[in-house]
Design a protein around this ligand. Structure first.
Ligand code: SAM
Length: 273
């Protein structure tokens, strides 16, 4: 776009005039890999729904707790779909702190997320990055990035954190999850977080934020609890099942916010038998 200077870290082929989910999210998380156009949308959405900042932080906190839980179950290889722009507490950092031999493949559609992931992962042979659309499960699962690093004879931790609300009903999120689930070896896990609400509880304050987001960045689909649970079909849910983000295995009782319902998001982990 004219008048916008391209920073050295930005790949040459991206449009600096169009916001992206990954960069808007990066801005909310306090990262530096975003442009004025991303910040404009992000600020507008946040002005409509100030609690969103906590929501985002709670998705990241869920990611951290879920990865630790999977490590406790013996999982040592992870496929992180919609991994985003690396920020503090990425999956490989959490996993390799527990086991330096842990393997991670990051997948994202966003060129900035992928370029920045590659940059920070140089020299880490147990982590790969793949730029592709995760809705195309066959391409992801057949990619050299995945096949070279992940052993499909051993359980894998599949992560879909704050991802599937960007997949519309028409794009068949259940079918997409099933394609990955069916390819995973028994004993694998899926950890998923999703924007959602209890039936009858839709908060009208969210309409404006959703509309701004949908117009500016990407269509977002909030799903009621039972639809989030339906995404986990074929998996045994670990306690506490589908839960408000702060209520999914909190690190300490202090983490459990009385206003957990405000977070309008769920977290869940399931195991393939
Ligand atoms: N999982 C990360 C986290 O929890 O911090 C990032 C979440 S961010 C809200 C969603 C990410 O999903 C973005 O980086 C976006 O580019 C990516 N994404 C959205 N749709 C995608 C698709 N169809 N294929 C691959 N990545 C996608």
């Amino acid at each position: 776009m004219d008048g916008v200077e391209r920073p050295a870290w930005a790949p040459g082929d991206i449009d600096l005039g169009r916001p992206s989910i990954a960069r808007v999210y990066d801005y909310w998380l306090g990262g530096a890999h975003n442009f004025a156009v991303d910040r404009m949308v992000a600020d507008k959405v946040l002005a409509d729904v100030p609690v969103l900042k906590s929501v985002i932080l709670n998705h990241r906190a869920f990611l951290r707790r879920a990865v630790r839980f999977l490590l406790d179950q013996g999982i040592r290889q992870f496929l992180d779909l919609g991994s985003g722009i690396p920020t503090v507490g990425n999956v490989h950092e959490i996993a390799q702190a527990v086991d330096p031999g842990a393997r991670v493949v990051y997948v994202d559609i966003d060129p900035v997320a992928v370029a920045h992931s590659r940059a920070i992962l140089t020299g880490n042979p147990l982590v790969n990055v793949l730029q592709t659309d995760v809705r195309d499960a066959a391409t992801v699962l057949k990619s050299p990035e995945v096949l070279d690093l992940l052993d499909f004879d051993r359980p894998i931790g599949l992560l879909m954190v704050a991802l599937l609300h960007f997949v519309s009903d028409e794009e068949d999120p259940r079918g997409i999850v099933a394609s990955y689930r069916d390819a995973l070896p028994d004993g694998s896990y899926l950890a998923l977080s999703h924007a959602g609400y209890e039936p009858g509880e839709w908060n009208p304050a969210w309409n404006e934020a959703r509309n701004t987001y949908n117009r500016g960045v990407s269509e977002m689909t909030y799903r009621p609890r039972q639809e989030v649970e339906a995404l986990m079909t074929g998996l045994d849910l670990v306690e506490p099942g589908v839960a408000r983000l702060p209520l999914w295995r909190p690190d300490s009782p202090d983490d459990v916010d009385e206003g957990a319902h405000r977070f309008m998001s769920f977290g869940v982990v399931g195991r393939k038998r």
